[in-house]
Design a protein around this ligand. Structure first.
Ligand code: GTP
Ligand code: MG
Length: 353
């Protein structure tokens, strides 16, 4: 059992492997969404709660200013000798309604707010791919984004066109978990209604959010995840006194909304899910689906017959007879990649002899 001040990642089954224990593991979380929805506040809430064992040393309250660039913060956490390197990537929120309208009017299309985010995710895949085919393959640092929290405006009565477009641009690239921002501004029935509406819109628009695969063993956990989605979030960088205890929360005339109270919002549920129950699954899905797609695309782009390959792909898509050609090209690419890796390994061995 873990006590409240521990994250519980030391008990993850995959850590039974001695190597993982020694080396530790890496996890990167990204926050995206409209400006002013509390992304930076949540990042701070994540880093400042007793989550990281610093409950006896609460930091001074700081005013959070608007985020203007993509900003990654990394913390090393150790629990029972197991190391976790957690990185949280904060991104600038996209514009307010006025700016977006102007943008649509000027360009006849929605602003391309997602490009820096997409570039960031791709850059990390690119870096991993380079390292993977390099000589120092054993010590690769994994900076890939394993999970993206997508913030939804609580007063929007559902998804905005920009949310839909943004998520569509991202869902094949990274695991998306939608969250309702500033949940303290809604009543319980309003929140319930909004949650249902958002999930319906996500389904209607063919957006694939992360729900985990789920097998018999962890069925209950996956069910809980699906039922809680989109998670309701309250963030705060203020410590308040409630019943003699110092808690992170937001003060209202009628009382305090506590970030870490399960009856007030889903913050703790989300945190447990990310760090304890679904971290490995999020990492696996990133590796097996998102990164693998990226790698294949790169192989096709990088192959000598890229242009003829593009024609082959087009022919195959349009129902032409060359589907086997595409498969053969892919096989060849894979062989080329494996050859390159073997050569790199051989070279590394020769260097160490
Ligand atoms: N009511 C309420 N207010 C919040 C919550 N989280 C943040 N805020 C407030 O919302 C304002 C904006 O918060 P930020 O964390 O800067 O928002 P952001 O999403 O990072 O904004 P950008 O950096 O512009 O993208 C601040 O005044 C916060 O105190 C919340 O859960 N509930
Ligand atoms: Mg911010």
């Amino acid at each position: 059992m873990t006590d409240a001040s521990q994250l519980g990642f030391a008990n993850l089954p995959f850590l039974a492997h001695r190597k993982s224990v020694k080396k530790g593991f890496e996890f990167t979380l990204m926050v995206v969404g409209e400006s002013g929805l509390g992304k930076s506040t949540l990042v701070q809430s994540l880093f400042l709660t007793n989550f990281f064992g610093n409950k006896n040393n609460p930091p001074a309250i700081e005013r959070i200013s608007q985020t203007v660039s993509i900003d990654a913060t990394t913390v090393d956490i150790e629990e029972k000798g197991v190391k976790l390197r957690l990185t949280v990537v904060d991104t600038p929120g996209f514009g307010d309604a006025v700016n977006n309208t102007q943008c649509q009017l000027q360009q006849g299309t929605l602003c391309n707010n997602w490009q820096p985010v997409i570039d960031y995710v791709n850059e990390k895949y690119e870096q991993y791919l380079r390292d993977e085919s390099g000589l120092n393959r054993r010590n690769i640092e994994d900076h890939r984004v394993h999970c993206c929290l997508y913030f939804i405006n609580p007063i929007g009565h559902g998804l905005k066109p920009l949310d839909i477009e943004f998520m569509k641009q991202l869902h094949h690239l990274v695991n998306i978990i939608p969250v309702i921002a500033k949940a303290d501004t809604l009543t319980a029935p309003e929140l319930k209604k909004l949650k249902l509406r958002v999930m319906q819109e996500i389904r209607d628009n063919g957006i694939q959010v992360y729900t985990g695969e789920g097998d018999d063993d962890d069925e209950a956990e996956f069910r809980e995840l699906r039922e809680s989605m989109p998670f309701s979030i309250v963030g705060s960088n203020t410590l308040l006194e409630v019943n003699g205890k110092r808690v992170r929360g937001r003060l209202y005339p009628w009382g305090v909304v506590e970030v870490e109270n399960k009856d007030h919002c889903d913050f703790v549920k989300l945190r447990n899910m990310l760090i304890r129950t679904h971290m490995q699954d999020l990492k696996d899905y990133t590796q097996d689906m998102h990164y693998e797609n990226f790698r294949k695309k790169k192989l096709i782009e990088g192959s000598p017959g890229h242009h003829s390959m593009a024609n082959v792909v087009t022919a195959a898509v349009s129902g032409g007879p060359d589907k086997t050609m595409v498969a053969k090209e892919r096989e060849m690419d894979e062989l080329r990649r494996q050859m390159a890796m073997l050569q790199a390994q051989l070279a590394a061995q020769q260097n160490t002899v």
